[in-house]
Design a protein around this ligand. Structure first.
Ligand code: ZN
Length: 293
């Protein structure tokens, strides 16, 4: 690659910047296809609409099938993605946050098509079901009386309940990661790379759990939802978490299983607390909309 100054009108007909024109971002003289000073690729600026779309997909999902490589490792070898990242093998895979956000995005979209929360007006029962975990209860007599007195039909309340759950879903997804990392910190106070290890592990396990929950929603959309499936999710989640803890933290089998149980119970409690909040807010907003609160 030469460093001779560009000829007049040096930009080629293809639209690509010739290497001797310097980096278009920081003007550093280039020594290869990627700027060694700022990291921008020589062909960073797309030259056509299709190239633009390809570049956006690449920026979001990664180069060289990075998305599929990440997903395959995440699912096939519990904890290995976390270990690879902590060992400094970062480039072959999507970032931990990127992996989690993609799984959360897929789950969010599928939830809007087939909500994971349910309210049945006939039985007044409500529930939230995230693949392996289901929590729920019944609307109290007092709540039913208040809604009745305010003239809010239970079917209408059901719609408000779903809408409230959707608006509070990002909060649940955020709280899940924070709580998971916090509990890991309490359980493994002397783990190497402490906070980093707990955070990356929380994001990777969260991504796996939401990918499984997305599969659950996708199957529900096409009408597949059976008790054996719920059992399979529970077993898959518990086994996955135990194996992942083994890879990420080591320790004895009893400690791994104990940790997995504590983490799952914590998550169960978080989901229950979130659902209670959704229910209370849905009742409050239904009453306020009818002008009685
Ligand atoms: Zn540069």
């Amino acid at each position: 690659m030469g460093f001779a100054p560009s000829p007049p009108g040096g930009v080629q007909a293809s639209g690509a910047t010739p290497p001797d024109a310097g980096c278009t971002n920081c003007e550093t003289v280039l020594r290869g296809p990627v700027c060694h000073s700022c990291g921008q690729a020589v062909d960073a600026l797309p030259v056509s609409a299709p190239a633009f779309l390809r570049a956006q997909a690449t920026a979001l999902l990664g180069y060289d099938n990075r998305l599929w490589r990440t997903l395959a490792l995440l699912v096939a070898r519990p904890g290995e993605l976390t270990r690879a990242y902590l060992a400094g093998r970062c480039v072959p895979y999507l970032s931990p946050l990127g992996t989690y956000l993609l799984a959360a995005g897929a789950f969010f979209v599928l939830h809007t098509l087939e909500p994971f929360v349910r309210f049945t007006p006939a039985t007044r029962a409500f529930s939230a079901s995230l693949s392996a975990v289901t929590v729920g209860g019944d609307l109290s007599e007092e709540q039913v009386r208040l809604l009745g007195a305010a003239g809010v039909p239970l079917a209408l309340f059901g719609e408000r309940f779903s809408a409230t759950a959707t608006s509070l879903l990002p909060l649940l997804l955020l709280a899940f990661i924070a709580l998971f990392a916090l509990v890991s910190r309490v359980l493994f106070p002397r783990a190497a790379q402490g906070g980093l290890r707990h955070g990356v592990f929380a994001l990777h396990f969260g991504a796996f759990f939401l990918a499984l929950s997305s599969l659950d929603r996708a199957l529900a959309i096409v009408g597949v939802s059976a008790i054996p499936l719920a059992v399979a999710y529970s077993v898959a989640t518990a086994v996955y978490l135990t194996l992942a803890i083994r890879r990420v933290y080591g320790h004895s089998w009893t400690r791994q299983i104990g940790t997995a149980v504590v983490l799952l119970v914590t998550f169960y409690a978080l989901l229950a607390a979130w659902l209670s909040t959704v229910l209370a807010l849905a009742v409050f907003w239904a009453l306020r909309a009818s002008g009685t609160a």
